[in-house]
Design a binder for this molecule. Structure first.
Ligand code: ADP
Ligand code: ZN
Length: 796
C-alpha cells in the first residue's frame, strides 16, 4: 500500500482495451475496486467489462485520483503480474503511437509476445458445506453439472450455499496449421470425375496436383474457395485434412566452423572496443566494418562487458534463419543462457522465454525485429547487426522501423547501442553527420583474408541473350579445378519469369492479382508469388493453342544450364521458400560447408552474412535488375547488395573474385562498388537526396488505399488527396501531397491498390501525422469509405 501512505490513492485507471476498432481508439476509464486497491499500476494487465455482459482484456496506461464526470464501471480482475508490461515496452508503445500513428490496440498487440485469448472461467465457491464439499472449496461449472441439475444449483446459490465467481486466464493460441493433402495421382483422370461446371472444385484439384500439400488458409486464398468447398472434396475422398505444428527444428545451427573457440581480439578489433567504451554514456555508435572484418567478435566483446556489469544484452539480426552462423558464434562464446526469439517459436515457449527475460534469468536475447519488444529487466546493450537490412522495417501495421525504435529506446532509457554494417543505410549514416552516432571503423578484412577483386562483365559485347558470359564460366571452371566453391546470385525464383504466346501475346496471369505467373520446373507448375495461386504446367496457349515460350530466366534454369556445362559438379538453388524451411536450409548450408555442394545459386537472401572460407568466386548474373527498381532507395540498395555479395568471396586465406554481369557497365554505381568507396558513394547519394527532397532530408509518408472495388479504391484515394491538399494549403503546412498513383502491380490478392505520396518537411511532421491520424485512422471527418482499407507507411 505504497501510494496510500503517500496519501494520494489512485482510484481510477485509464485503460487500453483490446478492441479492434480504429474509430473507438481511446482510453477508457474504470474504477479500481476495493479488493484491488493499491495493486494496480501503470503496465498492469486487467480484465474489464465492456458492453453488455462482455469482458475484455486491457492494459493500464495511466492512473488518476480524480473522479470522472460520467458514470464508470469497475475493473473486474487483475491479471497476474507475470503478464504486466515493462517500462521499455510501455515506452515503445508511446513511440508507436506518436511516430507511426498506431492505435492504442495496435501498439498494445505489437508488444505482446503472442496472441493471447482471454478465457472466462465460471467457478463456484462453497459458502456452506454440502455433500463432500467443504467451505471455501472452488468447483468448476462442469463438475457441478455432472452431479446436480441446473435448478438445484440455482437453489444452492439462492440459499447462500454456493457463490458464482468469474475468473479469467489467458490461453495462448497454439500455432497449428490446418494442412490439406491431395489423395489423387492422376490429375486428368481426377478432373474427368468432376463436373465441368464445378469451377471451384476443379480449381482446388488443379491447385493440389503435383504438390505434397498446402495450408488450408493458403489454399483458400489462392483458389478463392471456401472451407466448405474444400471439406466437400475431402468427403469425396480427393483430399485429406491434417494438423501441423507451425514450429520447426530451429536449433540445428551450423556449429562446426570452430565457433566454440574464443579468439583474442585483433589489434583493430581491440581499438574499436576501446573507442566504443570511451564514449560518453549512453554510448551510441555505428560500426562501419568491411565484409569479413570481424564485426561479430567486437559485438561479443561488448556483450561480455555488459554481462559482467550485470546487464542484459539484445542482439538484433535481420532474420534468424539467414544468420545461423552469427547466432551460433554468439551462443558458443557467451557462457550464459541465450533466448532466441523468432517467428516460428511456439507461443507457449515464447511466453516462457519472455518470462525469463523479465525475471532476468535470460541475459542475452537474439532475435529478429520483434525482439525489441521483449520485457527486459535491465537492458544494458543493444547490438543491431547488418543494420541496413530492409527486414528491420515492419511489414505489418504499425509499420515501424526497428533501428529507429531501438535508437529512441536507447536514448530514453540510457542503454548503450551499437549498429554495424559494411554498407550502412544512408538514413543511419546521416545520424553520424548530426552527431547522434559516433562512427567507428574496421577497414580491413580479418587476418590474412583479402577483400575480393570486383570486376564488371560487359554483356553488350556478347551475343544477344547470353545468360552466362565466358569470363564467368571460365572463372567457375578454374575455381572447380582447384576444389573451390562458387556462389551465384540472381534475383528471380523459379524457372522462368513467365510464359508468353508468340502468336497472340497471351500471358498467364493470376486470377487474384494483376501479376504474371512464375514458371517452376517440372510438376510444380505456374505459381503466383503474391497469393500462391497455382496452375498446372501449360504448354499451349489456351486462347489460340499456339506454343507458349518461357520468358526471363530464373535460378532453376541457370542451375540446369550449369549442370550441362559442368556435369561433374553439384549445384543447388536457394530461395526464400527454402530458407523458411529451417531444417532443409541448414542441411544445405552444412552440405555446402562440407564441400558436398560446389555451387549455390540463389536469390539475394544469400547475400546475408554467410561466411565460407572456401568460396573464392561469386557471380552476379544480372546487376541491371537491381538498378532499375522504381524506388528512391534503389541505388542505395544496389550498392549494398553488390558489396555484400562481393563480400561472400575471399573470406579465407585464398583470394576472391566477384564478377558482375551487366548491360550498363558505365553506370556510376559500379565505380564506387569496384573501389569499395562507401564514403564517396554515400556522400554523392546524400547530395542527390537533399536536392531532390528525399529522406532523411524530408519525411515520406505513403498512404495506401485498397479494396475489392477498383472504383471505390480510386474514389477514396482522390477524396483523401483533395482533402489533404486543401488543408495543407489552408493551414500553411509545409508538406506536399501528390496525385494518387497505381503501384507497379495494381491488384494483389483481389485487392485493387492506389497510393498517395506525402513529402513532409521535418518541422511539419508531427502536425501532418496528427492530421493523418484523425483523418484516416480515426476517420473523424468520415473521409474513409468503410469498403476500403487505408494504411499509412512511413519513411525517414
Ligand atoms: P563480418 O561480420 O564483419 O563480415 P565476421 O565477424 O563474420 O565478419 O568475421 C569474419 C571471419 O573472421 C570469421 O570467419 C571469423 O571467425 C574470423 N575472425 C574474426 N575475428 C577474429 C579473431 N579475433 N580471431 C580469429 N578469427 C577471427
Ligand atoms: Zn496472385
Amino acid at each position: 500500500m505504497h501510494s496510500a501512505e503517500l496519501g494520494n490513492l489512485m482510484y481510477y485507471a485509464n485503460v487500453i482495451v483490446n478492441l479492434k476498432s480504429r474509430q473507438l481508439d481511446q482510453l477508457y476509464t474504470y474504477r479500481i475496486p476495493p479488493h484491488l486497491s493499491g495493486q494496480i499500476s501503470v503496465g498492469s494487465r486487467v480484465v474489464v467489462p465492456f458492453g453488455k455482459g462482455k469482458y475484455i482484456d486491457g492494459l493500464v496506461w495511466s492512473l488518476s485520483s480524480q473522479k470522472p464526470e460520467f458514470e464508470i464501471k469497475a475493473i473486474a480482475e487483475k491479471i497476474a503480474d507475470d503478464y504486466a508490461l515493462s517500462k521499455s515496452q510501455l515506452y515503445l508503445m508511446q513511440i508507436l503511437r506518436k511516430r507511426y500513428a498506431a492505435t492504442y490496440q495496435e501498439a498494445y498487440l505489437a508488444v505482446l509476445p503472442s496472441v493471447q485469448k482471454l478465457v472466462k472461467v465460471e467457478k463456484y465457491q462453497v459458502l456452506k458445506a454440502f455433500d463432500d464439499y467443504q467451505v471455501g472449496y472452488f468447483i468448476t461449472q462442469d463438475k457441478l453439472l455432472n452431479c446436480y441439475s441446473q435448478t438445484t444449483i440455482a437453489k444452492k446459490i439462492k440459499s447462500g450455499q454456493l457463490k458464482k465467481q468469474l475468473t479469467f486466464t489467458f490461453k495462448h493460441k497454439q500455432k497449428t496449421i490446418e494442412w490439406v493433402k491431395p489423395l489423387f495421382n492422376d490429375l486428368e483422370a481426377t478432373l474427368a470425375t468432376v463436373s465441368p461446371r464445378a469451377v471451384k472444385k476443379r480449381r482446388i484439384i488443379r491447385h493440389l496436383a503435383h504438390i505434397e500439400g498446402v495450408s488450408l488458409s493458403e489454399l483458400k486464398r489462392a483458389t478463392r474457395a471456401t472451407r466448405s468447398d474444400i471439406v466437400a472434396l475431402a468427403k469425396s475422398g480427393f483430399l485429406a485434412f491434417e494438423k501441423r505444428s507451425a514450429d520447426d527444428a530451429v536449433r540445428s545451427y551450423l556449429a562446426d566452423d570452430n565457433t566454440s573457440i574464443s579468439y583474442p581480439l585483433s589489434h583493430a578489433q581491440a581499438s574499436v572496443v576501446d573507442d566504443y567504451l570511451s564514449l560518453a554514456k549512453p554510448r551510441a555508435a555505428l560500426l562501419i566494418g568491411v565484409t569479413g572484418s570481424g564485426k561479430t567478435r567486437v559485438y561479443i566483446e561488448l556483450a561480455k562487458k555488459a554481462l559482467a556489469g550485470g546487464q542484459q544484452v539484445l542482439l538484433l539480426v535481420p532474420e534468424i534463419s539467414l544468420t545461423p552462423q552469427l547466432v551460433a558464434r554468439f551462443s558458443a562464446q557467451l557462457t550464459t543462457d541465450i533466448g532466441v526469439i523468432h517467428t516460428y517459436i511456439r507461443p507457449s515457449d515464447k511466453v516462457a522465454v519472455y518470462r525469463r527475460i523479465k525475471s532476468g534469468s535470460i541475459k542475452v536475447v537474439i532475435g529478429a525485429r520483434s525482439a525489441i519488444f521483449a520485457p527486459f529487466k535491465q537492458l544494458g546493450l543493444i547490438v543491431i547487426d547488418e543494420e541496413h537490412e530492409y527486414s528491420y522495417k515492419s511489414e505489418t501495421i504499425p509499420r515501424y522501423h526497428t533501428v529507429e525504435l531501438a535508437l529512441r529506446l536507447a536514448e530514453k532509457l540510457s542503454i548503450d547501442i551499437i549498429l554495424g554494417s559494411a554498407t550502412p543505410s544512408l538514413q543511419t549514416h546521416h545520424l553520424v553527420d548530426t552527431g547522434a552516432l559516433k562512427a567507428l571503423y574496421l577497414k580491413q578484412a580479418f587476418g590474412s583474408a583479402q577483400l575480393s577483386d570486383i570486376k564488371i562483365v560487359d554483356m553488350t559485347l556478347l551475343p544477344k541473350d547470353t545468360l552466362l558470359s565466358s569470363p564467368l564460366i571460365d572463372a567457375m571452371k578454374q575455381c572447380f579445378e582447384k576444389g573451390e566453391q562458387v556462389i551465384l546470385f540472381h534475383n528471380r525464383k523459379g524457372y522462368a519469369r513467365t510464359k508468353q504466346c508468340h502468336s497472340c501475346g497471351y500471358v498467364p496471369n493470376c486470377q487474384n492479382c494483376a501479376v504474371p505467373l512464375t514458371v517452376y520446373q517440372g510438376n510444380s507448375g505456374l505459381v503466383c508469388h503474391y497469393c500462391g495461386y497455382r496452375e498446372p504446367q501449360m504448354l499451349n496457349c489456351p486462347v489460340c493453342n499456339d506454343q507458349l515460350t518461357d520468358i526471363g530466366y530464373g535460378i532453376e534454369q541457370i542451375k540446369n544450364k550449369l549442370a550441362t556445362l559442368f556435369p561433374e559438379q553439384i549445384f543447388a538453388v536457394v530461395d526464400s521458400d527454402l530458407t523458411h524451411r529451417y531444417a532443409d536450409y541448414n542441411a544445405m548450408l552444412r552440405a555446402f560447408q562440407n564441400a558436398e555442394i560446389d555451387c549455390l545459386i540463389g536469390t539475394q537472401i544469400l547475400a546475408k552474412g554467410l561466411d565460407f572460407a572456401n568460396v573464392t568466386l561469386v557471380g552476379v548474373v544480372l546487376a541491371d535488375q537491381l538498378i532499375h527498381m522504381p524506388d528512391y532507395l534503389s541505388t542505395e540498395r544496389a550498392y549494398q547488395l553488390l558489396t555484400q555479395v562481393a563480400g561472400r568471396a575471399g573470406r579465407g586465406a585464398k583470394p576472391g573474385l566477384a564478377l558482375i554481369q551487366t548491360y550498363q557497365p558505365q553506370h556510376e554505381l559500379f565505380k564506387y562498388v569496384i573501389a569499395r568507396d562507401f564514403e564517396a558513394f554515400i556522400a554523392e547519394e546524400k547530395q542527390l537526396r537533399d536536392i531532390v527532397g528525399y529522406p532523411p532530408y524530408v519525411s515520406l509518408i505513403t498512404v495506401k488505399v485498397q479494396s475489392e472495388s477498383q472504383l471505390a479504391t480510386h474514389d477514396q484515394a482522390q477524396k483523401l488527396y483533395t482533402f489533404y491538399e486543401k488543408n495543407f494549403k489552408r493551414h500553411g503546412i509545409d508538406a506536399q501531397v501528390f496525385q494518387p498513383i497505381q503501384p507497379y502491380y495494381a491488384r494483389i490478392r483481389q485487392q485493387y491498390r492506389v497510393q498517395i505520396l506525402f513529402k513532409v518537411n521535418k518541422g511539419s511532421r508531427s502536425v501532418v501525422l496528427t492530421m493523418l491520424y484523425y483523418g484516416i485512422v480515426k476517420n473523424k471527418y468520415n473521409l474513409v469509405d468503410t469498403n476500403c482499407w487505408v494504411d499509412i507507411d512511413f519513411d525517414g
